[in-house]
Write a protein of this length. Structure first.
Length: 138
């Protein structure tokens, strides 16, 4: 699994640093943000738990965390924590097989199952938006 692009950075990344790290995947990052804003997920907050973890953009709706976007070198990852109801809905949905596999193999935590999608195509953007809809409905 790829590592966060901003490990060791004491401050949140600037727009230019983010664009440099995301590279050709920056338009996909923007598409995810636009799709989530269309769903009412418009609150954004950069977050870092430690210098060793790096930085992630936390996207919220009414103080509820919907997804974290973690910048990588040359791309990014969308990370969800899905409860049992959302997992059941995701498994019943028409998400791509690779996302279904990520859901089935996701690590379970007390707060839910971790689902991490590395976004590298428009199909991944669509899958992230569908997961957000499922999470919002649960």
């Amino acid at each position: 699994m790829a590592t966060n692009a901003f490990i060791g950075h004491a401050t949140k990344p600037s727009d230019s640093e983010l664009a440099t790290e995301l590279g050709v995947r920056k338009p996909l990052w923007d598409e995810v943000l636009n799709e989530l804003e269309r769903l009412g997920v418009s609150d954004q907050e950069w977050n870092s738990y430690s210098l060793k973890a790096g930085w992630a953009l936390k996207l919220l709706r009414k103080k509820r965390v919907i997804v974290y976007l973690g910048p990588l070198h040359g791309g990014f990852r969308a990370s969800f924590i899905l409860g049992d109801k959302a997992i059941a809905a995701a498994k019943a949905s028409k998400l791509p097989a690779k996302v279904q596999k990520l859901i089935s193999e996701g690590k379970r935590y007390p707060e839910g199952t971790a689902v991490r999608v590395e976004v590298s195509s428009r199909a991944d953007v669509t899958a992230v938006a569908k997961l957000a809809v499922i999470k919002l409905a649960s």
